[in-house]
Design a binder for this molecule. Structure first.
Ligand code: UD1
Ligand code: CA
Length: 451
């Protein structure tokens, strides 16, 4: 069965008080829209249509970032959810299969729930996703007659008895694509809001003798984001679930509530993540790694047995082989460290490769940027870089070479060589003592009021 996703993302999100479209606000490092698209991915859709309106260019770009094959259609005026779905009609006019309506601001619908909806489609023409609401508030109410969904009544249009219903509409709909658009076409806007309600398709379907039902999911899945507070709640929901999932997988989190993951963080078992670590997108960590406190990682790979931090920063393009050590106040960017390499203190290693078992002394900097272009530093195997070495790229340090502390290395160093590039030391006997005496005398005069 071919599946088409229709993702509604035209709304402004007034309550976000933002210049950016609501669906592009991020949860765990990814726009909400991507979370919705990823959820829909559980059904392996052949087609995806995103309905954009407010900030449509940015929404289109974000859609393409996720799926270059997705279609973006425009809803220039937000006349209601049925009107929004109708905008996808042209793009899907030849689609033979089922369509699912999802929402760009509803990020947590689970794969399992969507699969259950698809199953329910075997017996019904229209399947709606509902939930038992702890506080039904202004949600649309699902009017059930046994297994059959008779209609959905929006809060504004509901009478006292309908408002008492606690089984509510999530908004997610599944039907044959052709059926969906034919139902949507029949919806009018004669209601309390003057909007074209997608929810009205149920009554239209029933009047045509089609069958409709609703299945229930956990209310947490239907969590929608309308304000910054909702966004913070959604972030917390994501983080708690991710922490639990990683611990279930065998990762130790010493203080789970202080660690923040990205949507795609991957960590293998027996890795320990100490308190106050933040993961940006694109991090993969093997087993038995120690990520020590207060580190920040993004876009990097860390192989088994490595130790990172405390206070380390791994930026995109970092690739740490097994047994590497990155210590405190070390920043690594776009750099490969081979097995057993160590950068333990106060260093910047960027646009570089460091060979097996090489040791980078404290305070070393790869000077990769000349103000216009970036250049590479290549460090061989078993190299010893003395503390406070400036490696002015492009530069290559051969295997088993050494640099003297405080060197500014501007030319390649041959393998096995020692390079020292700093002024010679000069020594003036007794000079320090004399200087101290002169200075102390000066201080005394100043204190006694003389100039
Ligand atoms: C909708 C449902 C309601 C359900 C609730 C769940 C309708 C009529 N009502 O109400 O039964 O309980 O969701 O949260 O469907 N959108 C567009 N274009 C439009 C209108 C909306 O893209 O013209 C998008 C919005 O950006 C939003 C989503 O659709 O993401 C839902 O629209 P909204 O107006 O918030 O519907 P609700 O009143 O919440
Ligand atoms: Ca809403």
């Amino acid at each position: 069965m071919s599946i088409a996703l229709i993702v509604l993302a035209a709304g402004k999100g007034t309550r976000m008080k933002s210049d950016h479209p609501k669906v592009l606000h991020r949860i765990a490092g990814a726009p909400m829209l991507h979370h919705a698209l990823r959820a829909g991915g559980a059904l392996s859709p052949d087609r995806t249509v995103v309905v954009a309106g407010h900030g449509s260019e940015a929404v289109a770009d974000a859609t393409k970032d996720f799926d270059t094959h997705a279609d973006i259609v425009l809803q220039t005026e937000q006349l209601g959810t049925a009107h929004a779905v109708a905008q996808a009609g042209n793009a899907l006019k030849d689609h033979a299969g089922d369509a699912v309506v999802l929402y760009g601001d509803t990020p947590f619908i689970s794969p399992e729930t969507l699969t259950r909806m698809a199953k329910a489609r075997d017996g019904h023409d229209v399947v709606i996703l509902g939930f038992e609401a702890a506080d039904p508030g202004r949600y649309g109410r699902l009017v059930m007659q046994g297994d059959t969904l008779e209609k959905i009544v929006e809060f504004k249009d509901a009478g006292v008895r309908e408002r008492a219903i606690t089984f509510c509409n999530s908004g997610v709909v599944m039907a044959r694509t052709e059926t969906l658009f034919s139902l949507v076409d029949a919806v009018d806007n004669e209601n309390a809001s003057g909007e074209y309600y997608l929810t009205d398709i149920v009554e239209v379907a029933r009047a045509r003798g089609l069958s409709a039902t609703a299945i229930a999911c956990d209310e947490a899945e239907t969590l929608g984001v309308n304000s910054r507070s909702d966004l913070a709640v959604a972030e917390e929901v994501f983080q708690s679930a991710k922490r639990r999932a990683l611990m279930d997988k065998g990762v130790t989190l010493t203080a789970p509530d202080t660690v923040f993951f990205a949507y795609d963080t991957e960590i293998e078992s027996d890795t320990v993540v100490e308190p106050h670590v933040v993961f940006g997108p694109g991090v993969k960590i093997d087993a038995n790694v120690q990520v020590r406190a207060f580190s920040h990682l993004e876009g990097c790979r860390v192989a088994a047995g490595a130790v990172v931090g405390p206070y380390a920063r791994l930026r995109p393009g970092t690739d740490l082989a097994a047994g590497t050590r990155i210590g405190n106040f070390v920043e690594i960017k776009n750099a490969t460290l081979a097995q057993g390499a160590k950068v333990n203190h106060l260093s910047y290693i960027g646009d570089a490769s460091v060979g097996t078992d090489s040791n980078i002394g404290a305070g070393t900097v790869t000077c990769n940027y000349d103000g216009v272009m970036k250049h590479r530093t290549v460090i061989g195997d078993r190299v010893f870089i003395g503390s406070d070495t400036m490696l002015v790229a492009p530069v290559t340090i051969g295997d088993e070479a050494m640099t003297g502390s405080g060197s500014v290395i501007t030319r390649d160093v041959a393998e096995g060589a020692l390079a020292i590039a700093r002024p010679e030391q000069v020594e003036k006997p007794g000079m320090a003592r004399k200087l101290f005496e002169i200075l102390k005398l000066k201080k005394q005069k100043r204190l006694s009021g003389e100039s």
